[in-house]
Structure formats: C-alpha cells, structure tokens
Design a protein around this ligand. Structure first.
Ligand code: SF4
Ligand code: SF4
Length: 295
C-alpha cells in the first residue's frame, strides 16, 4: 500500500483482510447479499434479468432477499465460515437505485449483530453524490464504482439511457451526468477516507484507447485500485455482438496502467450472491435458505 495514501490503521487492517483489495486477503471469505434488484441506468452490455455485470457475472439470476432474510443468511454463513470478513452489496442491480432503503436497512441490521465485519458496496455511481455521506455513517469502508470513461462523449456511448431526477437521458447528456456524478461521488468518499476501487469495463472501439486516462484520473483523485475488466457478453444486450478485446490486449492495458497505479488482477466477476473465498464459491451450497424471486 503506497505510504502517501494516508490510510488509517483500522482501514489498513480491513483492506489487508479484504480478498478483493489485497492478494494477502485471499484466505478470507466475503458474502454478497442480493438485496438490490433495481437499476437506474441501462448499460449497453447488460440484460437486467441477470446480475449486474459491472460487478457480477451474469448467468444465474440471484434470489432477492429482504433485509431480514439477508441478516438470517449472514448469521448462518458467519457461523459456518469463521474466516468471513466482508459483507458486500453488489446488486444484482445497482445498490443505490430504488432499492437503496433495503440496502441501508440490511447494513443497519448486520451492524447491530456484528460490530466488526467490513462493509463493501458496488455501484454505477449515479446516485453516489446523494448517498456518499450516509454510506460512511453506515460504516461502509470499501466502495467500488464502475466508471469506464471520464469523457462524457465516450461515457454516453456506454449507456442506452440514464434515469435521473425524473428525467430520462441518452447520449452525451447521459454521459455527462454519469461522469459528473461518478467523479463527485468518488471525491466525497475519498475525502472521508473511504477505500475506493474503480471498475473499468473494456469496450472494443469505444473506450480501450481512453482507459489510461480513466486510470490517471483515478490516481490523481486518490482511488486505491483500478480493475480493468473484460466485458461479459450477454445475449440480448445492445453490445451482444461487440467484439471482445483479447486477453492479450487486456494484459497490455493492465501492464501499462500498472505503471500509473495499483491494478486488480484477480477479480472473479462474482455473482451478486457469492459466498466464500474468491477461489471457492460456496453460494450454491450455502445459499439455499431464502429463494423467493422478487425481481
Ligand atoms: Fe446492468 Fe449493472 Fe448497468 Fe444496471 S449498472 S444496467 S444492473 S450493468
Ligand atoms: Fe471481488 Fe471482483 Fe468478486 Fe467483487 S466481483 S467480490 S471485486 S472478485
């Protein structure tokens, strides 16, 4: 961890124990609680009936839990996995969209039960300026924002539409809202000492040349780590036929951007209900508690 980041001792400990923020944390387990099915944007690579591919691999739709069910799941899994150190909210939609009250309640219930577990959350960043302070007071210490461009014109090509403050925006206007809110939300979090990760989805012909600029922007702001990801092609999405960048190209981008700042190289693009260590997903074994489909 770069010394100049000024991370507090407590945050450092949590970060070292977080399997996604530090390789040294690989023995620790995390649980994703799928309490947020709604989304406020439409990414061109996403089909909503699957998990949010910004953070989670699509393929199996997660069951949606109520906050009370999420607490029950946490209690059961915690009893079975003593190495569980992180509770994450990763959709399956966006954590800060219409289901945010359920996200908030889930975190409150778990914090009443467990004072120490690390809270981690991922978002597309649209509503981050509104909720950043509240997330800090809820005890969330690690936040991932998917921000695949910092140029509104490029960002505008990623979203089919953005629903914001009663309006629906497309193209450059959508891109301008997203970039502005992602950056200002990140700045608010970073000012509070939150450890931030930025996911960057590599989209051939759209942002691959622009990614080093995204990473430089993250570095300048004080983001802890960036995660350059492959797009997960989803049948039926607008980018269904967009060619993928090769693994070699992703590798080159990561190497180039690794000279700018720390890169995540071990993301598994986990499900929104993932449980266990990154190497051993136990969600199918352990998540058979609550299965009401509410999407
Ligand atoms: Fe899909 Fe996630 Fe984008 Fe929402 S933020 S449209 S769930 S990829
Ligand atoms: Fe960690 Fe990536 Fe899985 Fe999120 S999707 S829990 S960042 S490995």
């Amino acid at each position: 961890i770069p010394e100049d980041m000024g991370i507090s001792e407590d945050m450092l400990k949590k970060t070292m124990e977080h399997p996604c923020y530090n390789c040294a944390g690989h023995k620790n387990a995390r649980i994703h609680l799928p309490v947020a099915p709604a989304c406020n944007v439409q990414c061109n690579y996403c089909v909503r009936k699957f998990d949010c591919p910004n953070e989670s691999r699509p393929g199996v739709t997660s069951s949606i839990l109520t906050p009370e069910e999420a607490l029950e799941r946490y209690k059961i899994v915690k009893a079975k996995l003593p190495n569980l150190t992180v509770v994450g909210i990763a959709g399956p939609g966006d954590s800060l969209a219409d289901n945010y009250p359920q996200v908030k309640r889930t975190l409150e219930l778990i914090r009443e039960y467990d004072k120490d577990v690390t809270f981690c959350l991922s978002t597309n960043g649209l509503m981050l300026p509104f909720y950043a302070k509240e997330l800090v007071s809820l005890g969330v210490t690690h936040i991932t924002v998917t921000m695949s461009a910092v140029d509104p014109k490029i960002s505008g090509k990623i979203y089919q539409y953005v629903k914001y403050m009663g309006g629906i925006y497309e193209g450059d206007a959508a891109g301008a809202i997203m970039v502005s809110n992602q950056l200002s939300g990140l700045r608010l979090l970073l000012a509070e000492g939150i450890i931030c990760k930025v996911n960057i989805v590599t989209l051939k012909g759209i942002n691959e040349q622009h990614i080093p600029e995204v990473v430089r922007t993250c570095k300048e702001m004080g983001v802890y780590i960036t995660n350059i990801m492959q797009m997960v092609p989803v049948k039926g999405s607008a980018f269904e036929n967009l060619p993928l960048v090769s693994n070699l190209e992703i590798g080159k981008l990561r190497t180039e951007c690794g000279t700018i700042m720390k890169q995540m190289l071990h993301c598994r693009q986990c499900r929104a209900d993932a449980i266990g260590t990154l190497d051993n997903d136990l969600s199918l074994d352990l998540a058979g508690f609550t299965v009401e489909e509410k999407r």
